[in-house]
Ligand binder design. Structure first.
Ligand SMILES: [Zn+2]
Length: 285
């Protein structure tokens, strides 16, 4: 096929980012990084913009995958992308797609209840991003085992969203049901919900463990089945140690800290930014 004479007028990459994971955990089939470990990002096309503003399309991860593949062609396997990297990619896409690189944010003042609108600058969020160092993501269980964890990937992000949804639904069930009537029915619904939530939590933790080292012998256990069976037989305190280590990694990436000053009463408080594509790219009407 002849080359399109308009090819050189296609949009060019306008932003280069450093991934917070620095590519650790990826194979060359997942991502191709440049020689200096950077990734080129293109701005959204009109089609991407439509996809990102169709809530139904966004709820299934496929639409988001399409947009990521289109804006970051060097990513070959979106499922493998880690949360902190995803967030940095979203910020990069925002900078590449807008002339001013700002996002409108709305926060409610905890003192007077006023909803404050202001602009978040994307470039400083990238400049101050938290990079995962080679020794991060290791925790010890009782000085006997060393557990190597990784952040959630795109696929686990889907499980995480489902878990948050189940938790919200459970709270609503709890609120709506009249506590005097039908106590047993409610208890049943609740226990089913708790089962679903704990199963999702389990999937999240199991999928975040890379390997377990037996400290005394130095033996490395990578077999996922052995790791899953071990997870099912440890105490909740021990599981908590693993979950906390994964959470720490998930929090890396673009700067999430935010100091807000109320535009009505001048109260100042510490808040945080969520780099979720639905709130981040959706247009407000
Ligand atoms: Zn206020």
């Amino acid at each position: 096929m002849a080359q399109n004479p308009l090819q050189s007028y296609f949009r060019q990459p306008s932003v280069y980012i450093t991934l917070p994971t620095q590519g650790k955990w990826y194979t060359s089939q997942d991502v191709t990084l440049s020689a200096n470990n950077e990734l080129a990002i293109y701005g959204l096309t009109a089609r991407d913009d439509v996809l990102l503003n169709t809530p139904d399309a966004m709820l299934n991860g496929e639409a988001l995958k399409k947009v990521i593949r289109n804006c970051v062609p060097d990513i070959h396997n979106v499922d493998a992308l880690m949360m902190p990297d995803l967030e940095t990619i979203f910020v990069g896409m925002k900078i590449a797609s807008s002339s001013d690189g700002v996002v409108d944010i709305h926060k409610t003042c905890p003192k007077c209840g006023h909803v404050c609108d202001f602009e978040l600058q994307c470039q400083p969020a990238l400049d101050n991003q938290v990079i995962i160092e080679p020794n991060d993501g290791v925790c010890e269980i009782d000085g006997k085992l060393r557990v190597f964890v990784k952040p959630y990937n795109f696929r686990q992000r889907g499980i995480f969203i489902q878990k948050e949804f189940e938790e919200e639904k459970m709270l609503k069930t709890y609120d709506i049901t009249n506590p005097q009537s039908n106590e047993f029915a409610r208890a049943d619904v609740m226990s089913q919900a708790i089962d679903r939530i704990s199963s999702l939590t389990f999937q999240l933790v199991a999928g975040s463990i890379d390997c377990v080292e037996v400290i005394d012998s130095g033996q490395l256990v990578k077999d996922q089945e052995s790791i899953t069976e071990w997870l099912m037989n440890i105490s909740s305190t021990q599981a908590e140690t693993v979950i906390n280590a994964v959470d720490l990694l998930n929090k890396c990436g673009p700067d999430k800290s935010l100091t807000v000053t109320c535009t009505s009463c001048a109260h100042e408080w510490q808040d945080s930014v969520t780099y979720d594509p639905i709130s981040f790219f959706a247009k407000r009407s």
